[in-house]
Design a protein around this ligand. Structure first.
Ligand code: AMP
Length: 305
């Protein structure tokens, strides 16, 4: 099933308790696409970068098999989206140090005509108006899933609530679920979000795994167990989870609850490779064989089929 993603392609600066990485390749769209491409190809990207987009970031994205970059706009007069964050000691929580919207403040990128038959749409983290604009161009889609973040919940809540009425699924973390609903329990918060429009919500809980609350049932998946010294940089893990999940759905061609439950396992294992390095490096140095081997291991550990 043809899969399209829009979101940010960013320049990230990440501080962890033991290291700092400057101007690494990131962005919600980039992480999602690199993760989804393990499962399904091509992953069609719609995004924009500015004239300051580093050449090595371009080469890295171009080197990933299974991405279609026809919808990647290079705007020489503009600035690339840039984000900086700092992780706290447990590597589970972070604060945003800066967000430079750059191209996100301009017109949304155009969708190439060749993407017209896309059926699965993932709206990675971006301004909800950009997400809505893209969605409106795909009236024949079969599944639309979105992600969002504290910034948009704070500054574009109304637009976000409009988006919720249009999407089938939402993938967020526990603090975002609480921020949207003011409910601390993730299950109750997810059920409250179902009332706002989506048919399912996946709430990610970092090292404690994720829960799928669907109109047809509920499913949980643990995190892949990693020691703290194996967690170098959690940035993009959420986007990579979503990429593994949606990539699996696209490859299976099924949209039912059981497929989503299986997709949660693949999302978890795919994301675990992002945690081991800064930027996209963790995903870029992983092979499909590595992924399958870790999935076998995870099935044993989590006792899932
Ligand atoms: P995650 O760790 O999965 O939440 O994803 C972090 C990635 O999302 C980083 O690579 C950032 O460049 C990007 N990002 C951070 N803040 C935003 C935002 N407000 N909108 C879109 N993308 C963002």
């Amino acid at each position: 099933m043809p899969l399209l993603v829009t979101g940010t392609i960013g320049i990230d600066t990440v501080h962890t308790p033991s290291a700092k990485a400057e101007e690494v390749s990131g962005g919600s769209c980039a992480y999602f696409a690199a993760a989804a491409a393990f499962h399904h190809a091509p992953v069609r990207i719609v995004g924009a970068v500015g004239g300051d987009w580093p050449e090595d970031h371009a080469s890295l994205l171009e080197s990933i098999d299974g991405l279609c970059l026809d919808g990647l706009e290079r705007r020489n007069e503009s600035k690339t989206f840039a984000w900086g964050g700092r992780y706290f000691d447990n590597m589970n929580q972070r604060e945003t140090l800066f967000t430079e919207l750059g191209v996100l403040e301009e017109a949304p990128p155009k969708v190439p005509a060749s993407y017209g038959d896309s059926r699965l749409i993932f709206l990675a983290n971006s301004h909800p108006n950009v997400q809505l604009d893209l969605l409106n161009q795909f009236p024949n889609r079969e599944l639309a899933v979105a992600d969002t973040m504290d910034l948009w919940i704070n500054i574009a809540r109304e637009e976000l609530l409009t988006l919720f009425k249009e999407i089938d699924g939402l993938i967020i973390n526990d603090s975002e679920a609480e921020q949207i609903t003011e409910i601390t329990n993730p299950i109750t918060a997810a059920r409250a979000i179902l009332e706002m429009g989506p048919a399912f919500v996946i709430v990610k809980k970092g090292e404690h795994g994720a829960v799928l609350v669907h109109r047809d049932g509920i499913a949980v998946v643990p995190a892949y167990p990693l020691d703290l010294d194996g967690v170098i940089d959690p940035t993009g893990a959420g986007d990579s989870f979503a990429g593994g999940f949606m990539g699996y759905i696209a490859a299976s061609g099924r949209l039912d609850f059981a497929a989503m439950q299986a997709g949660m396992g693949w999302g978890t294992v795919t994301a675990s490779f992002t945690l081991g390095s800064f930027g996209l490096d963790g995903l870029c140095t992983t092979t499909r064989e590595d992924l399958e081997a870790r999935m076998l291991d995870f099935r044993q550990i989590a006792q899932i089929s």
